[in-house]
Design a protein around this ligand. Structure first.
Ligand SMILES: Nc1ncnc2c1ncn2[C@@H]1O[C@H](COP(=O)(O)OP(=O)(O)OP(=O)(O)O)[C@@H](O)[C@H]1O
Length: 161
């Protein structure tokens, strides 16, 4: 009827009319999202799951009333706290010694020399610096290694806590 008008009538092109609308109008109605939504609204199963709202950044859950949940975001942004220097050192040593698979690893402090190393060695100048300590040139004063030049790495006790 009068509600459906077409440009084709002006240009005298053949127009096939069906249900008072042209084919062109039928196709535009098909592409209209409102029409499509109405048509499929009876399917209650066609809804987004909670995982969609949980993981998508742009959309927000209807439960939060359009507002984002900062706690959830913060949780996902930083899943693990960064290791402290001591924890890092423990992890490195555990990996080096092939431990860590059991879970609870204890740091082995039985290596190296006691604080009386200066009685045994003559400690010279610093030759380098590592992550955890500094390395010095040293020479044994007594014992089976007397006269031998070595490099001694000094790790402060604070790094072991
Ligand atoms: N035997 C050596 N002779 C000469 N220089 C050395 C010797 N051992 C270490 N150094 C010097 O000391 C620096 C630091 O050595 P270190 O072993 O502490 O390094 P690192 O393993 O990287 O340290 P970290 O394990 O603490 O991260 C080296 O870069 C090197 O220049």
């Amino acid at each position: 009827m009068g509600a459906c008008s077409s440009k084709h009538e002006d240009t005298h092109l053949p127009v096939i009319k069906r249900n008072n609308c042209t084919d062109m109008e039928q196709s535009t109605k098909k592409n209209d999202p409102n029409v499509a939504r109405k048509r499929w609204s009876f399917l209650a199963l066609y809804t987004r799951g909670p995982a969609y709202y949980f993981f998508s950044r742009k959309s927000s859950s209807p439960a939060t009333n359009g507002k984002t949940n900062p706690t959830v975001r913060r949780f996902f942004r930083r899943a693990f706290q960064p290791l402290t220097r001591a924890q890092h050192m423990k992890a490195v040593l555990a990996r080096r010694h092939g431990e860590g698979k059991e879970g609870n690893v204890r740091l082995n402090k039985s290596f190296g020399f006691s604080k009386h190393i200066r009685h045994k060695c003559e400690i010279g100048e610093e030759v380098g610096k590592g992550h955890f300590g500094h390395t010095h040139r040293a020479k044994f004063k007594k014992g089976e290694h007397k006269g031998q030049q070595v490099a001694v790495k000094i790790i402060p006790k604070s790094k072991f806590s």
